[in-house]
Design a protein around this ligand. Structure first.
Ligand code: SAM
Length: 455
């Protein structure tokens, strides 16, 4: 069935691809008769040695190929954020930024088109704790999926916003790095989604190219002078790739960034008409899907928006009550609509500035809220890499963990009373409240596994 679908790549499209640097029709068509490679990226902060003997993806720390696609939904470690299922080519962002950022710390990074969260979780693993990552997704429904994945990954310095790119325009010179993984015509994903072939058209490529320019124009002022813009698509079309780089070079003062490659990776380094460098990934040449990525340094002068003077925002009482949840008391406890959240003191000024410009959907780590006699812990704490390792907990078998994730009764008796974190292979999964004779499952309803669990 797979080969049948893939053979339907219209000859007109293959014709269009002919002129593109690095395109090898025979290898491309042959690759489209194979299923796409399966790959995951390990969360370094939750590494329990999964897939340790599998083939590594050479351009990404923690990137691993799997020989076949397991049912990830049935692996509690996946729900605990031990790894992210991500296409291999797009993990090249890791190689690119490791080279360009050279271990810089305390950066402000915006992932503008972030859902479902592949690049954001990669960035969270790559950045140091003092850096602040804003994962933004304009489409509300997609922003909630992004938020779930960010929660699973467990990094306090990843915040989620849900704004249109133009809302960032006024944050002049604020970000050191902006990643624009732009909405595109999607030709690079034909192998994963054969329907995309039917939806592909020259007119759509044209429309996407124009939208990509608009998005970049909106967000460009928010990049610092000498800051780095990473532009990526999963389209092969020069109109969405090289021509967008040329438009940037014509419109702004830019310098193109080059990163080292190994020949055996099969990645094609391309040059746009205006001399901008990009990297293109063709299935057949690369063990991954179609992808394009480029890094551009901003040379325009830009005044940096600085936070005004501000009042400290830590709620001391809530901080005192919630401090037992984390492994370190060096955080600020800030009130939200319902929950309090923990942020690092280094990001207090960012909070006060950002909240004037964008809708902060998730600010740091949700901690929960006080109730009459106790603290109601947020689900996110169990997934956090900053949680107190000595919180009362129970360890679950795989079957029990799957029942927990279905919000069903796990049949556990004799557990001590009170709030208990549930763990699988040492990884936090969520909370239950033990009442002695029964246990209430506090997994958020919308996180519940819906599929039937095979015997
Ligand atoms: N970076 C994501 C990842 O690695 O998981 C994938 C991003 S996907 C290629 C592009 C995203 O852009 C989608 O989530 C889509 O909802 C969002 N998007 C769509 N239209 C947009 C627009 N006009 N401005 C900004 N983002 C948009």
């Amino acid at each position: 069935m797979f080969a049948e679908q893939m053979l339907q790549i219209p000859p007109s499209i293959l014709q269009d691809l002919q002129g593109i640097t690095g395109f090898n029709e025979q290898a491309f068509v042959a690759a489209h008769m194979q299923p796409p490679p399966v790959s995951v990226r390990i969360n370094g902060a939750k590494d329990i040695g999964l897939f340790a003997n599998n083939e590594k993806i050479p351009w990404c720390n923690g990137g691993i190929y799997l020989p076949e696609r397991p049912v990830f939904t049935l692996d509690p470690a996946y729900h605990a954020g031990a790894y992210y299922v991500q296409e291999a080519s797009s993990m090249f962002l890791d190689h690119m930024l490791r080279h360009l950022l050279e271990g810089n710390t305390g950066l402000r990074v915006l992932d503008l088109c972030a859902a479902p969260g592949g690049k954001s979780t990669l960035l969270a693993s790559l950045l140091d704790k003092d850096s602040l990552l804003i994962a933004n997704e304009v489409i509300r429904t997609r922003a909630s999926i992004l938020e779930e994945n960010v929660a699973r990954w467990g990094h306090m310095n990843t915040w989620v916003t849900s704004n249109d790119p133009r809302d960032f325009t006024k944050l002049t010179g604020y970000f050191d790095v902006i990643v624009v993984d732009a909405p595109c015509s999607g030709s690079g994903l034909w192998r994963k989604d054969a329907r995309a072939i039917d939806e592909w058209s020259e007119a759509n490529v044209e429309m996407c190219g124009e939208r990509q320019q608009r998005i970049l124009a909106d967000v460009w002022p928010a990049l610092k002078e000498d800051g780095i813009l990473v532009y990526a698509t999963c389209s092969y079309s020069p109109k969405e790739d090289e021509e967008v780089l040329d438009w940037l070079a014509e419109t702004y003062d830019t310098a193109s960034c080059v990163v080292p490659l190994k020949e055996e990776w099969g990645i094609t380094q391309v040059q746009s008409g205006k001399g901008m460098t990009g990297y293109r990934f063709f299935p057949g040449n690369v063990k991954g899907e179609g992808f394009f990525i480029a890094a551009i340094r901003k040379k325009d002068e830009e005044d940096e928006l600085r936070p005004a003077k501000y009042k400290p925002c830590n709620d001391k009482k809530a901080h005192q009550q919630a401090a037992y949840l984390l492994n370190n008391t060096d955080f600020l406890c800030i009130p939200g609509k319902e929950d309090f959240s923990a942020i690092l003191p280094a990001h207090e000024a960012d909070l006060l500035l950002l909240k004037h410009y964008v809708y902060l959907r998730r600010t740091g780590l949700p901690l929960g809220q006080p109730a009459a006699k106790e603290w109601l812990p947020a689900h996110d704490v169990a997934l956090s890499i900053d949680k107190n390792k000595d919180l009362p907990a129970i360890d679950l078998s795989r079957d029990q963990a799957l029942l927990y994730l279905k919000r069903e009764d796990m049949g556990i008796e004799g557990a001590p009373k009170g709030w208990l974190m549930v763990r699988y292979n040492g990884l936090g999964l969520g909370w239950v409240k033990s009442l002695g004779n029964r246990m209430n499952n506090y997994l958020p309803k919308h996180w519940r596994i819906r599929m039937e669990i095979p015997e």
